[in-house]
Write a protein that binds this ligand. Structure first.
Ligand SMILES: C[S@@+](CC[C@H](N)C(=O)[O-])C[C@H]1O[C@@H](n2cnc3c(N)ncnc32)[C@H](O)[C@@H]1O
Length: 285
């Protein structure tokens, strides 16, 4: 009953994007698990066993979610590709859909003798850390224009005991260490790809809780950073190196065209149920 009532409350929120049936019930269960300090509510009899304190805490968590605050921020961490990553307001909350980007990067690096990966616009570092964990012999770098993101990325590396990933504040790849020139096997980027004119149309739960520079690069089509990276990457890439880009499905063709025009051979993923697409550019070699 408590969970049904919470789900009904969340369904009435104008701040939440109700894009999938059953989402609010899942949120209510997650909020209950957070309230009780458990990973999953499983068979807990929430109606019969909650103390008054726990009921109050649950109501407070439901109110936070009703205002649009993402469940991940209420919980304070997410699980991404088996890593537990801290999240905080001011840094983009990693999405599970980016696991495909990390997998694609690892596949592109696998046969290299001295694999080097650079995750551009790394945020809290889901992709950099997933690549680093899956490939302990790789040297992984993450760069982001936001100091807060880089601080959180470093903390997330420590939290997960990952030692082969390093992070720097940098506008795109301008401040990568010089010695990486000609060595990078793969650049990954999950860019802020919302077109400038569309940011104000985003649901409150995104617009009010993610900083604007994590959502849009201010370009008309949302691909400004991808264009810059495609142009700047070749002098840093090893022969047959890759630039791998995660975008929304509606941007996949445009991202392919950007990479093709910059001289890359292009392929892409097409999992039918994926929320995003991964576009892969390879330097001819
Ligand atoms: C959509 S978020 C992705 C973050 C992370 N890769 C992830 O998947 O969680 C975009 C990121 O781009 C960063 N960013 C925006 N402009 C940038 C720039 N000019 N150079 C480097 N990073 C930038 C933002 O700070 C933000 O962390």
């Amino acid at each position: 009953m408590l969970l049904d009532a919470a789900a009904a409350t969340l369904r009435r929120s104008k701040a939440i994007d109700h894009w999938r049936k059953g989402l609010e019930r899942e949120d209510a269960e997650d909020l209950m698990a957070i309230t009780l300090g458990v990973g999953d509510i499983g068979d807990v009899d929430v109606d019969g066993s909650l103390s008054r304190r726990e009921r109050e805490r649950f109501a407070a968590n439901v109110a936070r979610r009703y205002s649009g605050e993402p469940v991940a921020l209420i919980r304070g961490h997410i699980v991404f590709d088996g890593l537990e990553l801290g999240v905080r307001q001011g840094v983009f909350i990693p999405r599970g859909s980016s696991e495909l980007l990390a997998e694609t990067a690892v596949a592109a690096l696998r046969r290299r003798r001295d694999p080097v990966a650079v995750d551009v616009a790394c945020g809290a570092a889901p992709i950099a850390l997933a690549v680093a964990r899956r490939m302990p012999r790789a040297a992984v770098w993450g760069v982001d224009i936001s100091k807060d993101a880089v601080r959180l990325a470093r903390r997330n590396a420590q939290r997960n005991g990952i030692e082969n990933a390093r992070f720097r504040v940098s506008d795109l790849i301008a401040d990568l260490p010089r010695q990486l020139r000609g060595t990078v096997g793969v650049f990954t980027i999950h860019p802020p790809y919302v077109a400038r004119a569309e940011v104000d149309e985003l649901p409150t739960e995104i617009r009010a809780f993610e900083p604007k520079h994590t959502l849009t690069d201010g370009s008309d089509d949302g691909l400004g950073l991808v264009r810059r990276l495609a142009a700047d990457a070749p002098e840093w890439l090893a022969p047959r190196g890759h630039v791998v880009v995660e975008v929304a499905p509606y941007l996949s063709r445009s991202a392919q065209a950007v990479l093709r025009r910059a001289g890359y051979a292009v392929t892409w993923t097409s999992e039918p149920h994926a929320i995003t697409r991964v576009v892969i550019g390879r330097l001819p070699g």
